[in-house]
Write a protein that binds this ligand. Structure first.
Ligand code: NAD
Length: 439
């Protein structure tokens, strides 16, 4: 979906008079190279050699310094995971600045650090925590669709680092900017690069339209068999999505007491099991706090939060989600930053973040991960209803200076659903182009 503003600024007249053009983001399509150009891998941490070696295996040229003047790179990966003193942060500047200068459009900066939560030495924690401020600031300076993200790894988190670095380098993360992802030392097997979800059964709620329909499409493209869930009133649109992805439709109100049980029964009886659950269904019923009525408050809490808690009980019960399964919730930056007129929505989405943090710990011993994505401004029917001026501001106030597409949210969810993402759990990945809200 292209918005009116983008259509106008991309028009021949606007181009002729020099109106700045929002960069067309390099979004993932199956078979496209991981990166557009060589990847500069620098730094002396625990992971740099491994990254250079698997990049080579994936057919990407890894270089250790900017080559002759003028040579551009598609990405730079800087490993500072063993830095223990703030003086070593100079390396970020000395190695990173020339590389960033050589970055192509839609380039990538990925910094690897050590998760400060796993450290005790004060100087070391200080040093590693500093990386976050630097990377978020680099993200705000980059232009031309380029992004900067940080991977904070535990010791021996080779598989997790690979999964996260691959995601950040690829077009799957086109609208993910200024983010921090923590990876633990979980090990994962290899998956088919083109169809990483082959053999998996995935349920997506709120799949009749918008972000949910796109999640269904992307999960199916990546090999999953999809059960598309939505309310009976959206039955026709739901059937169209289910047919499109060659999956099945389940008409269901997620607030029903038996919603979780029916999802599990449907997935088992029609497809033989359940491996991925995406809680995407959501509503807004905005009103200033002082005027908020019972109905608005309760309906938003019921759909966005209480239904998720209830469905998870059934989904995690006997015969439900397989060991090694994935739960991905859709939160919102309104749950991180708050939003005027959205106390109900902000509370429900912040609650989802709490749920993800707590539940992830409970199910870790089964190899199940629980994560959330927090979309920023995404071009959907939900955001098309926002009054024009507010909508324009929401759409532009991010480092990439444009709204995201439903596909951007779907790609991040599909990554979190992969078997290879077992080292990422209890986290929230914002898909917001580094929105200034809650930054
Ligand atoms: P949307 O309104 O276009 O689609 C939501 C879908 O959920 C609809 O098909 C609807 O029928 C379904 N749904 C609503 N209540 C349901 C219920 N009780 N049972 C089953 N299905 C139900 O919204 P969207 O923009 O695609 O948003 C999807 C998710 O992303 C929501 O959780 C929303 O809060 C979140 N989100 C969206 C944005 C954005 O910019 N669009 C930003 C942040 C978060």
């Amino acid at each position: 979906m292209t918005d009116l503003f983008t259509t106008i600024v991309r028009s021949p007249v606007a181009r002729k008079v020099g109106v700045p053009q929002p960069t067309r983001l390099r979004r993932y399509e199956p078979g496209m190279p991981l990166c557009d150009g060589p990847v500069l891998v620098a730094g002396h941490g625990r992971f740099a050699d491994g990254v250079a070696s698997w990049l080579g295996g994936a057919g990407v040229r890894a270089v250790s310094a900017p080559t002759e003047a003028g040579d551009k790179v598609g990405a730079v990966v800087l490993d500072l995971s063993t830095a223990i003193d703030p003086a070593e942060l100079d390396q970020l500047r000395l190695l990173g600045a020339p590389a960033v200068k050589a970055l192509k459009r839609n380039g990538r900066v990925v910094v690897i650090g050590t998760d400060p939560a796993t450290l005790t030495d004060v100087a070391q924690v200080t040093t590693q925590r500093a990386l976050e401020g630097a990377v978020r600031s680099i993200g705000k300076e980059l232009r031309g669709g380029a992004t900067a993200n940080l991977v904070l790894a535990q010791e021996d988190a080779q598989d997790g680092v690979r999964s996260a670095v691959e995601f950040f380098l690829s077009g799957r993360s086109a609208y993910v900017d200024g983010q921090v992802v923590r990876v633990d030392a979980s090990t994962t097997g290899d998956a088919d690069a083109l169809r990483p979800l082959a053999g998996k059964v995935a349920v997506v709620t709120g799949a009749a339209r918008g972000i949910g329909a796109e999640i269904a499409r992307v999960l199916s493209r990546d090999g999953a068999t999809v059960v598309a869930v939505d309310v009976p009133a959206a039955g026709d649109a739901l059937a169209a999505v289910a047919n499109d992805v060659k999956g099945t439709a389940l008409q269901l109100d997620v607030t029903a007491d038996d919603a979780g049980r029916r999802i599990v029964e449907h997935a088992r009886s029609r497809h033989g099991g359940l491996d991925v659950v995406v809680h995407n269904a959501g509503i807004t019923r905005d009103k200033l706090f002082v005027n908020m009525d019972d109905d608005r408050w309760r309906s938003v809490m019921d759909v966005n939060l209480r239904s998720v808690l209830r469905m998870n009980e059934a989904v995690l019960g006997e015969g439900g989600l397989s060991d090694g399964g994935r739960i991905v919730c859709v939160a919102s930056i309104a749950g991180i930053a708050g939003n005027r007129g959205q106390t109900n929505y902000g509370a429900s989405k912040a609650g989802v973040i709490g749920l993800v943090e707590a539940l992830s710990r409970q199910v870790a011993d089964r190899g199940i991960t629980v994560n959330a994505v927090a979309p920023g401004f995404i071009e959907t029917e939900m955001t098309a209803r926002i009054p024009f001026a507010t909508r324009e501001i929401g759409r532009r106030m991010n480092s990439l200076q444009q709204g995201g597409h439903p596909k951007d949210v779907a790609e991040t969810i599909a990554w979190l659903a992969q078997p290879g993402t077992g080292a990422v759990t209890g986290q929230v990945v914002r898909v917001c182009g580094q929105s200034l809200l809650g930054a």
